[in-house]
Structures are given as structure tokens and as C-alpha cells.
Design a protein around this ligand. Structure first.
Ligand SMILES: *Cc1c(COP(=O)(O)O)cnc(C)c1O
Length: 386
């Protein structure tokens, strides 16, 4: 066994997918976002999701697409970022669906000698100001050009810039999407997909949507916003929301969605050494920690080289069901935790998973949820279990 590793539970991935698909039958197609090496889980998870009912996938680069296709040659696969025109032959070999971010790209595609008929998805910029069309006549012209080409307009989509939790900008973006696609006959385009996991969970399906995209949820995190509690402050907030909702015509936010999603990723390591440290002795770089009493520490083969960041805002690890705090600074490859005398050298240490949720890890490290998955998943050996 390696010193530090990440376990990926394929059964959980499959069950998460099944639960998502069963929860939202109003969507015809589920597009699983597997960019960033499948959020650090690696493309070994793809078939578990596929078996669970995720029927379409999306990556962000040709390299990711190639890694995906090593696992699965059957599922439709969208590349969210425009494929370089001089690599269209590769894209054809990988049977990629292409995203079209603007007219210039579309024209370059149509003028290219690669004669493979591609499935295309038009990207609409509904307020992100990253990729996508911003002019409705251009959207219409693009659709007309595709109609006369060997390619097929299979989809049209946008991406929300905000989470849409009590958020007038969510509605503004959706309205902008409707406006920008108003010259198209959306009923003739098989896949109309808006937003991301949070939009899926927190809002009713927009009438125009036939598909949905999600990332984080599939990997096992219920990102549904919590409802307000009963404290005077929370009741005030709820009242304020209601008032503004009416005043600005903000769409309803669905909170506390019951959907069982279990984290597939668990980060573990072994203990390198157990050591007694006397009161007044220092630990680690900068002698930053001083023992206030006689303590016992475990030295762990984990540091920022393993993608966990270097901040320690009250960070703990789990050993035999108990939580123990970090002492001293996190090094590149090692760190120390204060343990009790029940801990033995053979005990397994859990750094993420078990009692340590992604939310806790985020607070310890100051890292975002997806950022943690990427850091941990990409920087350690992965072991798939099912
Ligand atoms: C990353 C991404 C998603 C998934 O977002 P989650 O918040 O993980 O659900 C959806 N759509 C696009 C275009 C993305 O880039």
C-alpha cells in the first residue's frame, strides 16, 4: 500500500447518478461534467456514471476527451472549450461534439477541409462574459449556416455566472438566454441545457430546458441551499427574501432538497512515526508550535505536495473514528498531528471522507469544494473500489 492515497468508490458514483436521474425525471438528458480529470476522480469513474444513467458527458479539452475515450467509446461527449481548428481530425476520431463559442469559430470550422460531420452546440453568453454568442441575430445566422452545412445543431446552452440563490441576476441571465435564442425554434434543437448543479437543485426546470448539466453533485455533495432556521435573524432574512422576491420578480429558491449523494472520494495515509514531545519543545518549521504539556504526535506522509493546501484553520484528521488536530506547519511532504495513546502505528488516517466532510476541509484549507477534489484527486495515487 502506498503511504498516501485516494480511494474512489465506484458503487457510490453509480448510486449518486441513479439518485440524480430518478429525482429529476423532467429532464430528458443528463450531461455529466467530467472536466478536470473528472474533478480529480479520474476517468475510471465514467462507466459507473454511465451505468447509473448519465447519458452524455462533457470535458474541457482534447486531452481530457482522449482520456475519457480510453474508458468509454460509446457515450456522447461534448468538449466545452473550442477545439483548435487544426485538431479537428483528432476531434473527429474521438467522436466529439463541438461547442461553438462565436461566429468566427463557426466560419473557421465550416471553411476547414475536415469533412467529418460534427454534432454542434451553440454557446450563448447570458452574462458570464466568457465564451459564447452575445447577439441574437448572430445566433440565428449561426443556426442557418449550420443548417446548410454537413453538421448538425444538436444543442444550445449557457452557463450561469451566479448560483441563483435569492439572486435577481439568475433570472436576468435566464431571460437573456431566452432573448438571445428567440429567433431560433428551440423545439427543433434536441438539447437545450442551462446552468449547473446548483441551478438544477435550487430551481424548477425552465420550460425551455430539455437537458441539464452537473458536476459536483455526482461526486457526492448535496449542494442544495439550507433553509433558514427559526432564530429571529433567520426569520427576518426569510421575510426580506419574500419581499424582494415579489418586488424584483425573483424566481423561487428550492431549499433542503432531499437527495442522497455520498462522497466517492476518501483520502487516507499511514502513520510514519509516533513520537513523544515534552512540554516546552517545538515542532516543525519556524518552531511554530510549542507543546504546552507532554504530548504524543503522529508524523504523517502528507503535505501540500498532496494537494491539501498549506493553511491550517483548525485542521483535523480522523484516526479510528476520533478527530486529532494538526500541530506545527504543514510541510511539502509531511505534517504532524497530536494524538492520544490509543493510536498505533498500524492505524489508518483519514484526511478527507469519513467524519471529515468536504465542507470541513474547505474551512481548514481555504480551498473551494471542486478545488479540493482536484488537488487531492490529482496529486495522489487513486485506487478504485467497488
Ligand atoms: C463545471 C461546469 C459545470 C458543472 O458545475 P457544478 O457546479 O460542478 O455542477 C456545468 N457547466 C459548465 C459549462 C461547466 O464548466
Amino acid at each position: 500500500m502506498t503511504d498516501t492515497y485516494v480511494e474512489i468508490d465506484l458503487k457510490r458514483m453509480e448510486q449518486n447518478a441513479k439518485n440524480i436521474v430518478a429525482k429529476y425525471p423532467e429532464y430528458g438528458t443528463f450531461i455529466g461534467i467530467v472536466k478536470g480529470d473528472a474533478y480529480g476522480h479520474g476517468y475510471g469513474i465514467v462507466n459507473a456514471l454511465y451505468k447509473g444513467g448519465i447519458g452524455y458527458f462533457a470535458v474541457s479539452s482534447m486531452e481530457e476527451a482522449a482520456a475519457f475515450r480510453k474508458e468509454n467509446t460509446e457515450a456522447p461527449l461534448l468538449c466545452l472549450e473550442p477545439v483548435a481548428i487544426d485538431r479537428l481530425d483528432e476531434a473527429a476520431d474521438l467522436e466529439l461534439t463541438l461547442a461553438i463559442p462565436d461566429m468566427e469559430y463557426l466560419k473557421a470550422l465550416l471553411n476547414n477541409k475536415c469533412d467529418h460531420p460534427f454534432k454542434l452546440h451553440l454557446q450563448i453568453d447570458s452574462g458570464f462574459n466568457r465564451l459564447g454568442f452575445k447577439d441574437k441575430q448572430e445566433v440565428k445566422d449561426a443556426a442557418d449556416l449550420i443548417e446548410q452545412s454537413p453538421h448538425t445543431l444538436e444543442g444550445v446552452y449557457q452557463h450561469y455566472a451566479t448560483a441563483g440563490i435569492f439572486d435577481p441576476y439568475y433570472d436576468a441571465q435566464q431571460n437573456r438566454f431566452r432573448e438571445l435564442t428567440s429567433l431560433l425554434d428551440l423545439s427543433k434543437i434536441p438539447l437545450v441545457h442551462l446552468g449547473s448543479g446548483i441551478a438544477l437543485m435550487a430551481h424548477h426546470k425552465p420550460d425551455i430546458a430539455t437537458a441539464t448539466r452537473m458536476g459536483l453533485m455526482m461526486y457526492g455533495y448535496n449542494i442544495s441551499p439550507d433553509s433558514y432556521g427559526n432564530s429571529p435573524k433567520d426569520r427576518l432574512r426569510a421575510a426580506r427574501d419574500k419581499y424582494f422576491q415579489k418586488k424584483y420578480n425573483i424566481s423561487e429558491v428550492i431549499r433542503d432538497v432531499e437527495l442522497e449523494l455520498k462522497p466517492a472520494m476518501t483520502m487516507k495515509c499511514r502513520i510514519l512515526q509516533l513520537k513523544d514531545v515534552k512540554k516546552g519543545e517545538h515542532i516543525g518549521y519556524g518552531a511554530a508550535y510549542t507543546a504546552e504539556e507532554d504530548i504524543r504526535i503522529a508524523v504523517l506522509p502528507v503535505g501540500y505536495n498532496n494537494g491539501i493546501g498549506h493553511h491550517d484553520n483548525g485542521r483535523v484528521v480522523e484516526i479510528c473514528g476520533k478527530l486529532f488536530p494538526i500541530v506545527g506547519e504543514i510541510g511539502m511532504n509531511m505534517m504532524c498531528v497530536k494524538v492520544d495513546h490509543d493510536v498505533t502505528l498500524n492505524d489508518e488516517v483519514i484526511l478527507l471522507g469519513g467524519k471529515i466532510t468536504l465542507g470541513m476541509f474547505s474551512r481548514f484549507s481555504g480551498m473551494g469544494l471542486a478545488e479540493i477534489m482536484l488537488g487531492v484527486g490529482k496529486n495522489n495515487p487513486r485506487i478504485y473500489i467497488d
